[in-house]
Design a binder for this molecule. Structure first.
Ligand SMILES: Nc1ncnc2c1ncn2[C@@H]1O[C@H](COP(=O)(O)OP(=O)(O)OP(=O)(O)O)[C@@H](O)[C@H]1O
Ligand SMILES: [Mg+2]
Length: 307
């Protein structure tokens, strides 16, 4: 499985725009690439345009991991991508982040829509990517320091986001002194402090216990509503996706394709007892069973309880 090393998401942010990501506002690039598949307008915040990738798996065999993935995400949308293990979710996320090159297809990002000078608006957020030798404060400040933010501005931003994740009292602590949930909150603050417009999240809560996860859901929803970020959230936990997202995309494997889309109403907080959510959950799980022939009892985590 692809897995960026520690701190790589921060390095990504300070790089120039990755090779396969095009800015929708850059007319020269757009004209150059306009012959691509999409004939409709480019209204979305993030467009994944017929992206495919194959890997050599098991010796020489070339396996099509994802094929013709087409996704359009609107500004401020919270979209979850669910699918069984190995269907290519992280591969797709890494392509969107610019960590992997697609074999074909393009990622378009409306990253300069707000007139910002930086190209650095894409971010990958993963668990356990903190620096153990730095304090909570220093971890959150790290990306800003690399970008040479003035000290005072850096301090203000770090304090703001530590407050947002309720960790200001722990700013002098080291990572090993924190619980799993607190570490995730540091990682979230470290991502948010760079003020990316799009957050790419790859199963960020998978390792947390149920209670901590539920707290993180509420925190993430609060932050999303306060900051209006565009979020692409990857999980194999259907219930997590139901609680958090505006829209759920379901992926199939072999090859990884987008199988279906489920829109959710904009009401929060949500209860999994809600009939409508129960119905969507049933449909998604049925799709998993039909198409992948997986045993839900053994697969377990596709139907993990969060209540
Ligand atoms: N760099 C790589 N080289 C070769 N094969 C790879 C590479 N990255 C991923 N794969 C293969 O691609 C397939 C999809 O992997 P990926 O990590 O994208 O799945 P996933 O849906 O994120 O799974 P999980 O839910 O377990 O995280 C797997 O079969 C994996 O072994
Ligand atoms: Mg993965």
């Amino acid at each position: 499985m692809t897995s960026p090393s520690n701190g790589l998401e921060i390095e990504l942010v300070v790089q120039e725009m990755p090779h396969n990501i095009y800015d929708l506002n850059d007319i020269s690039v757009t004209q150059d690439k306009i012959c691509l598949n999409r004939k409709s307008g480019y209204g979305g915040k993030l467009i994944i345009d017929k992206v495919s990738k194959a890997y050599q798996i098991r010796g020489d065999k070339l396996v099509q991991v994802i094929e013709d993935i087409d996704i359009e995400i609107e500004e401020g949308e919270f979209v979850s991508l669910v699918g069984p293990s190995g269907c290519g979710k992280s591969t797709l996320l890494n392509i969107i982040a610019g960590l992997e090159k697609p074999d074909s297809g393009v990622v378009w990002s409306n990253i300069r829509a707000k007139g910002c000078k930086d190209h650095n608006r894409l971010l990958i957020f993963q668990e356990a990517a903190l620096f153990p030798w730095l304090t909570v404060y220093e971890n959150v400040a790290y990306g800003l320091r690399i970008r040479k933010y003035p000290k005072e501005q850096c301090n203000q931003l770090v304090i703001k986001y530590l407050e947002l994740v309720n960790l200001l009292n722990f700013k002098e602590s080291y990572i090993h002194q924190l619980s799993g949930g607190m570490k995730q909150r540091v990682a979230l603050a470290r991502a948010l402090v760079l003020e990316p417009e799009i957050l790419l999240m790859d199963e960020p809560f998978a390792a947390l216990d149920i209670k901590t996860r539920k707290d993180m859901y509420q925190l993430l929803l609060n932050i999303w509503q306060a900051t209006k970020k565009t979020i692409l959230f990857i999980t194999h936990n259907v219930e997590e996706a139901l609680i958090l997202s505006n829209r759920i995309l379901v992926m199939n494997s072999h090859p990884g394709v987008i199988k279906s889309e489920h829109k959710l109403n904009g009401q929060y907080p949500r209860s999994l007892e809600d009939e409508n959510l129960q119905e969507i959950k049933k449909r998604i799980l049925q799709e998993f069973i039909d198409d992948l022939n997986i045993d839900v009892e053994q697969g377990g985590n596709v139907n993990e309880e969060v209540n």
